[in-house]
Design a binder for this molecule. Structure first.
Ligand code: PLP
Length: 287
């Protein structure tokens, strides 16, 4: 059985899943998205992703296309039809289809909803996490509302491509003061020289990562010291460990920045432990 997508109320074969050319997401990036990790076919960190989705939509003045309960049912049905146990669910909601005009259509049109489900090979991702990955740095050049999870991801895509060309897995944006903001599709962390976990505060222009937020709980429960304070790439190079978080990467150890080793170039104990604790907790709470 092939992959199935959800497009505006219908489940269709993936190869036949199309949106209209005047979808405002396609033409103007006037759309938001969410990504849930799936553990055992269940949505991880469900509440956090729904809350952020509602917030992103509200910031763009787009109505929720259906209730949270109805959306949960549709997401689960998409997962069921794709028979995926370990994977990711992608949801995109655009303002809808309307004749091209920068200002919002008036009266409003129905938001357009797309859902896809993809499989993740957890054996391969665990092997990757055990080895760690490299990141490269790149100047922060995104807009001033990175807290909204919009599909306006061109700078992120260019940064990710820069990382790929350099043989790295992620790019860290660095602001004009020399501090890391976040990754192209992840939040950035270090375990500093004093053994304190550090990640940038969310007053800055970054996405409020749901995995980041859950991991803060895990860290506090484990009795580890954590500070929401920015760090520079130089501090990352001097740190004991570094890692990134996201629904796709979970907790992924970083062993180099711009080709220079972090933590002796090997995966450290804190990131590995946090990955394990996060996964245990996410599995228990997945719905
Ligand atoms: N920062 C950016 C720019 C992202 O795109 C993502 C996820 O895609 C994250 C951080 C991590 O967010 P979450 O943990 O909610 O997946």
């Amino acid at each position: 059985m092939g992959r199935i997508a959800y497009v505006n109320g219908r489940f269709v074969p993936h190869a036949e899943a199309f949106v209209h050319i005047e979808d405002r997401g396609y033409q103007l990036a006037d759309a938001v998205y969410e990504v849930w990790a799936l553990f055992g076919g269940k949505l991880a960190d469900a509440e956090g992703h729904f809350a952020r989705l509602e917030r992103s939509l509200a910031e763009l003045q787009i109505d929720m296309p259906m209730s949270r309960a109805a959306l949960t049912t549709v997401l689960r049905e998409a997962v069921r039809r794709n028979r995926v146990q370990e994977g990711l669910v992608y949801l995109q909601i655009s303002r809808g289809v309307a004749p091209r005009d920068h200002a919002f259509p008036h009266p409003p049109v129905r938001p357009a909803v797309v859902i896809t489900v993809s499989r993740v090979d957890r054996v391969a991702t665990e092997a990757r996490a055990a080895k760690g990955v490299g990141v490269v740095t790149t100047p922060e050049n995104r807009w001033g509302r990175c807290d909204i999870k919009t599909v306006g991801l061109l700078p992120n895509a260019l940064a990710k491509q820069k990382a790929r060309v350099a043989g790295a897995a992620e790019a860290w944006f660095v602001d004009e003061l020399g501090f890391v903001t976040e990754g192209a599709s992840s939040n950035a962390w270090i375990v500093d020289r004093d053994g304190v976990l550090r990640t940038r505060d969310t007053n800055a222009n970054i996405l409020r990562g749901v995995t980041r937020l859950s991991l803060l709980d895990v860290i506090r429960d484990a009795g580890l010291k954590v500070e929401e304070r920015p760090f520079t790439p130089e501090e990352a190079l001097e740190a004991k460990e570094a890692f990134i978080t996201g629904a796709g990467t979970i907790v992924l150890p970083v062993v180099s920045v711009d080709g220079k080793p972090v933590g002796g170039g090997v995966v450290g104990p804190v990131a590995s432990r946090l990955r394990r604790l996060y996964i245990e907790r996410a599995k228990e709470r997945a719905i």
